[in-house]
Design a protein around this ligand. Structure first.
Ligand code: TXA
Ligand code: MG
Length: 342
């Protein structure tokens, strides 16, 4: 199959995308978080294609993407008043909610479970595609399972070339890590996957919210299926270093000497850019004071490491608070738990 990339400003973009979605074919769509691999969310046939194209484990349910809050009503059993009010504030945006599903949701979306994950992305072109398709669009991140999520159309092309007919190019994703997943079927509501919105952000409108135990503590079994898999992993071996920035810097210098004959990449903040000469590759995470910038860059950098044939990756970690919790959640998975606190 030939894979076409179409720019979001092309006048035919919505028509082309809608054509494939209504034929139960797959279209990669941009969102503010990462690119999604989209298919008709009410069709078992389309959803099965999503699992095949990604090589996704069959027990990991999909998120349905909608364009209007009103669409929620036919997809779930009931929307609690509190949730309705809160969504007014957080949607469109990087928040996915879990509610009890209605009867029209295909088995393939929920993997047989009785709940469904739903979000309204903050990307105009994608909401137009959803609206004109007249169905919710099921979309996991558009990477092959296990690889870092795609944040550009070319990242998607790398993984999905020949497997899907169309990629909508909406530029680089500005959030860069996936949505926060909030389980609204229990009280207090539970964050199953940390993301752009932190517990503190969500508590403003949802009231008390907790993190699933597995997010902040090793060894607990996650409540969300997707959280238990090795994920986001580059091909090279990876170490995440966390601690006082000056000690971390000393450690990087020491590692530079030990690994000097290897293809080693250093991923750290721009204030360490003078260390670039000591490594095969240097990738900047931007300013230490701007975690949003780090989030938007991290998956792109990890994929770049693969393109550059990197054997060893040293990456500076961040304190686990607010957005730092979401970033560290991704980094811990990328490095398979190989985090060094110094
Ligand atoms: O930002 C995002 O959420 C992106 C963009 C494309 O919207 N999508 C995304 O999808 O990250 P995916 O499939 O890579 O991650 C979905 C996560 C998985 O961890 C999955 O296990 C969880 O949501 N999930 C989906 N349905 C669920 C359910 N009913 N109960 C618990 N967890 C669920
Ligand atoms: Mg994913």
């Amino acid at each position: 199959m030939k894979t076409e990339i179409i720019n979001e400003n092309n006048k035919n973009v919505v028509k082309e995308a809608v054509k494939f979605i209504t034929q139960n074919e797959l279209v990669a769509i941009p969102t503010e978080t990462v690119y999604g691999l989209g298919g008709n969310g009410l069709s078992d046939e389309a959803c099965k294609k999503i699992f095949e194209a990604k090589n996704r484990p069959s027990d990991n349910p999909l998120i349905l993407h909608i364009s209007e809050v009103e669409e929620l009503d036919r997809l779930v059993e009931q929307v609690p008043e509190k949730v309705k009010r809160a969504l007014d504030y957080y949607w469109p945006g990087p928040l996915t909610i879990i509610l009890k599903k209605s009867d029209i949701i295909p088995h393939t979306v929920t993997c047989g479970g009785d709940t469904v994950a739903i979000r309204m992305p903050n990307k105009e072109i994608t909401r137009r595609i959803i609206r004109q398709s007249k169905v919710p669009i099921a979309a996991p991140s558009a990477n092959l399972s296990g690889r870092p999520s795609p944040t550009t159309a070319l990242d998607v092309y790398e993984d999905m070339q020949g497997k899907i007919p169309l990629i909508v190019d909406g530029g680089a994703c500005n959030v860069g890590i996936e949505s926060t997943v909030l389980d609204c079927t229990c009280e207090p509501n539970l964050i199953l996957r940390p993301g752009f919105y932190s517990k503190e952000d969500l508590e403003i409108y949802f009231g008390p919210v907790e993190y699933d135990k597995s997010i902040l503590k090793e060894g607990e079994i996650p409540k969300s299926p997707g959280q238990k898999y090795k994920h986001y992993a580059p091909s090279g071996s990876m170490e995440v270093i966390l601690g006082n920035r000056y000690r971390v810097r000393d450690f990087f210098n020491q590692r530079a000497r030990e690994l000097k004959d290897k293809k080693t990449a250093l991923i750290t903040f721009e204030d360490n850019s003078d260390l670039a000469n000591s490594f095969y590759k240097f990738y900047s995470l931007g300013s230490r004071d701007n975690l949003l910038e780090m989030a938007s860059l991290i998956f792109r950098i990890l994929r770049q490491c693969d393109d550059d044939g990197i054997e060893n990756i040293l990456c500076e970690g961040v304190e686990e608070k607010n957005l730092g919790i979401g970033i560290m959640n991704r980094l811990k998975k990328s490095c398979g738990g190989n985090v060094k606190i110094i």
